[in-house]
Ligand binder design. Structure first.
Ligand code: GTP
Ligand code: MG
Length: 362
């Protein structure tokens, strides 16, 4: 009890110690380092064909494509001429030429199923701590090179699941982990070390060691949150064996900062860019990403559940697996898998207990 108090105070103090000016300074610093990095990256990528190198694609069209979340040749190569023409304002015949050119430049061909299977073997899986939930996700929990989103009302278990995953990722592969560390981007100050201790004790792990393998950063606003992605990439480059990145919550800052009706398009565009960068980070480094998302009530919905996730289709399409969490009977939690690319839509139930997530008999 005493320990808990001390730790809680520590968290609170950590927030107070960093002044607003300090945050501004930090963000400026990060932006500056991002700029200088961009400069050197440009040089490196000069030889690599870019969107602007395509016939009929000028700077205006590039800007429009980027706004729609298409940053590279691959993004373009998978479009149809009609889609591209819609997005960029170019005529369909020009769009067709640009797409053909991008496909040629990309050497977009076939790779056999076996090669694909080989590639998928590189994936790691991370147990959620609940067999029911793991099974809902195909048997072994969440996976690397994908984004798993959990959305639900407050108290539905999104953060508890995040903490359980942060512990699970550290397990050896045979025990359902990825033998790696977790990065925890905390936007709301709800990371609780004492809960991690309890989860660790629940599976007989050393709580100090488990806590040491979770790198926590508090994101103070959406700018800071987005810039932290680069920090994670740097950590990985420096050799940190990170296999899981948690963003709790993905949308809270965006929602608070872009609350006006006229700002919705701006917000969605930034979220889209952020998610795109996140997916790239996941794919390039073989890490799993788990994000939480709030819900709002949708007054237009007359029947069924009137809640829907923040961020709408932009978030929905960018996330590979979407989980909808809600409270069930007797304080259980119901988890529903929605729109998975390779698994049936299904639901399961579990309990949140002090020592971790516990399965409910179905
Ligand atoms: P928001 O962040 O507010 O949107 O909610 P969330 O979905 O992140 O909720 P979270 O995962 O934090 O779940 C909170 C709930 O978990 C509490 O209401 C409790 O029911 C349960 N819980 C949290 N800690 C404990 C614990 O130590 N023991 C038990 N038995 N339950 C706990
Ligand atoms: Mg939470």
């Amino acid at each position: 009890m005493v320990v808990k108090k001390v730790e809680e105070e520590k968290i609170e103090n950590a927030d107070v110690e960093i002044s607003e000016e300090k945050v501004d300074e930090l963000i400026k610093e990060m932006k500056a380092s991002e700029k200088s990095k961009k400069g050197s990256k440009k040089k490196k990528e000069e030889n690599k064909p870019q969107l602007i190198d395509l016939p009929g694609v000028g700077p205006g069209a590039v800007a429009k494509l980027e706004a729609a979340g298409i940053y590279d040749l691959m993004g373009l190569a998978v479009l149809t001429p009609a889609q591209l023409s819609d997005m960029s304002g170019m005529s369909e015949s020009v769009a067709r030429k640009a797409i053909q050119a991008s496909r040629q430049m990309m050497d977009l061909g076939f790779s056999d199923g076996l090669a694909h299977e080989e590639k998928r073997k590189e994936l790691f899986h991370i147990t959620t701590g609940s067999k029911n939930l793991d099974n809902l996700l195909g048997g072994r929990g969440i996976q690397t090179k994908s984004i798993t989103e959990a959305f639900g009302a407050f108290g539905s278990g999104k953060t508890q699941l995040a903490l359980s995953l942060a512990v699970g990722v550290q397990l050896p592969v045979e025990q359902g982990g990825a033998n790696g560390k977790a990065v925890y981007i905390d936007t709301e100050g709800t990371f609780r070390p004492e809960r991690v201790r309890q989860f660790a004790e629940g599976i007989g792990a050393n709580p100090d060691k488990v806590l040491k393998n979770i790198l926590v950063a508090r994101a103070f606003n959406s700018d800071h949150q987005m810039l932290l992605l680069d920090r994670v990439a740097e950590l990985i480059k420096d050799g940190e064996p990170i296999r899981l990145m948690i963003i709790d919550s993905l949308t809270a800052h965006f929602r608070a900062e872009y609350s006006g009706r006229g700002q919705l398009a701006d917000r969605q565009q930034r979220l889209n860019r952020y998610l795109h960068n996140m997916m790239k980070l996941a794919e390039q480094n073989n890490i799993a990403i788990y994000v939480t998302n709030q819900v709002m009530s949708d007054p237009a919905q007359m029947f069924g559940d009137p809640t829907k996730a923040i961020g709408g289709n932009i978030v929905g399409h960018a996330c590979t697996y979407r989980l909808y969490l809600r409270r069930g009977k007797k304080d259980s939690r119901i988890c529903k898998l929605i729109d998975s690319p390779d698994l049936p839509d299904d639901a399961t139930a579990f309990m949140i207990e002090t020592a971790g997530l516990r399965d409910l008999d179905l």
